[in-house]
Design a protein around this ligand. Structure first.
Ligand SMILES: Cc1cc2nc3c(=O)[nH]c(=O)nc-3n(C[C@H](O)[C@H](O)[C@H](O)COP(=O)(O)OP(=O)(O)OC[C@H]3O[C@@H](n4cnc5c(N)ncnc54)[C@H](O)[C@@H]3O)c2cc1C
Length: 363
């Protein structure tokens, strides 16, 4: 473990010691009082314990791809999660359990599963960040989410001061949600995935992916084809990190797709009767999940909004991504987010909620 507070940040224009901006994909956020790095699970536990003992607030930061940190920064200890490692811990003819350390880059893990012929996470290719953060918001894309393959999560429980394995059933996984999100009780140390030895993917569920692969929904394809096609689709939407492409200086989707009850869905259908019904996906109990991108676009906030030389804007490739064009501040990003949220509410009566974790700021 080491103190990285004094190390020179790498974001152009930022010279603040221990600035958190270089550690986020938005390149935004002020400094932490103290910035430490944990290279393995033991260090992660030791650092968290030490901070708790001294009453210091703790911010865990891994890939920094799902956090918006206020311009004033974080008054406490920020711990960079840098543990790495992938290990097969059990193997049967029909399944294997693979343990991945929290700081291991997620897409490196996915690439390894595809190369090794382990099916189950191939459609989650290209998602930035760490493996340990995937259970936090039950990461998902292109018809898969991690709750389908996580068998258990090893955590340090800060309330009880113990390390324990939490089976998936105890993780309360939901849409972009889990027991871990907005809850600093648990430090994820490692995640166990239950994968299938196979050279073909899980059934392709996502219509756009199936279309691009030239197969029907529910068909299986070679693992490598699933990965490559997802990566290409994501790149076209600015959803694969590229330091030279400001459309990827984001947190991915800024808002979750709103889940409406039957009455709210009928109201939305009524107010959109003239323009056409928004894309919606029915869920259990009569709820309908509605496309936030559609609502944002139809409320008048198109790709690239507000355009010109604005320091922050909607991505030019994807309506749901709010981006820092290079000289933005967190407050400017949040002002844009408020404008969009309020515009959608006024136009459609639907309130959008942010997907990332907001640290020292709010919308
Ligand atoms: C271009 C882009 C595309 C994206 N696409 C998708 C997508 O398709 N689907 C999707 O679901 N998400 C997507 N995201 C969001 C993001 O990549 C994921 O949520 C990712 O899992 C976050 O990982 P991270 O390591 O960057 O987490 P961080 O941003 O570092 O942290 C996120 C939260 O998790 C907490 N945390 C981090 N590590 C730990 C730990 N070990 N223990 C406890 N808490 C921890 C942090 O304190 C924070 O609250 C995208 C983001 C970007 C920038």
């Amino acid at each position: 473990m080491h103190d990285v507070s004094a190390e020179t940040p790498t974001v152009a224009g930022s010279t603040v010691p221990s600035s958190l901006a270089p550690h986020t994909t938005l390149r935004l956020g002020g400094p932490a009082t103290r910035l430490m790095s944990a290279e393995n699970a033991d260090e992660l536990v030791d650092l968290t314990r030490a901070a708790s003992r001294s009453g210091d607030p703790v911010l865990l930061l891994a890939g920094g791809s799902n956090v918006v940190i206020g311009d004033a920064g974080f008054a406490g200890t920020a711990i960079l999660v840098r543990s790495r490692g992938v290990e097969v811990i059990s193997r049967r003819p029909d399944q294997l359990i693979v343990r991945v350390q929290a700081g291991h880059p997620w897409d490196e893990f996915v690439a390894e599963t595809v190369e090794s012929g382990w099916a189950g996470v191939e459609c989650l290719s290209g998602i930035p960040g760490s493996s340990g953060a995937t259970p936090i918001q039950n990461v998902g894309a292109y018809g898969q989410d991690v709750s389908e393959t996580i068998s258990s999560v090893t955590v340090y429980d800060r309330a009880d001061g113990v390390i324990r394995d939490m089976p998936a059933a105890d993780c309360d996984f939901g849409y972009r949600a889990s027991v871990f999100k907005h809850n600093d009780r648990y430090v994820v140390l490692a995640v166990d995935f239950r994968l299938r030895p196979a050279d073909r993917s899980s059934p392709v569920r996502y219509a756009e992916l199936a279309r691009t692969l030239g197969v029907g929904q529910g068909d299986r394809v070679p693992l490598a084809a699933a990965r490559e096609t997802v990566l290409a689709l994501r790149a076209g939407k600015g959803m694969v990190l590229d330091a030279d492409d400001r459309d990827t200086w984001s947190v991915g989707s800024f808002f979750t797709n709103p889940v409406l009850d039957a009455a709210a869905w009928e109201h939305l259908r009524a107010v959109t009767a003239e323009t056409g019904e928004p894309p919606g996906w029915p869920g259990e109990g009569g709820v309908v999940k509605v496309s936030a991108a559609w609502l944002i676009d139809r409320a008048g906030f198109g790709k690239g909004h507000p355009g010109g030389d604005a320091p922050v804007s909607i991505s030019t490739k994807h309506t749901l991504a709010l981006t820092n064009r290079g000289s933005g501040t967190t407050e400017q990003l949040l002002t844009l987010a408020r404008e969009i949220r309020d515009g959608v509410r006024d136009r459609f009566g639907v309130v959008l909620h942010p997907e990332p974790v907001l640290v020292g700021c709010e919308i």
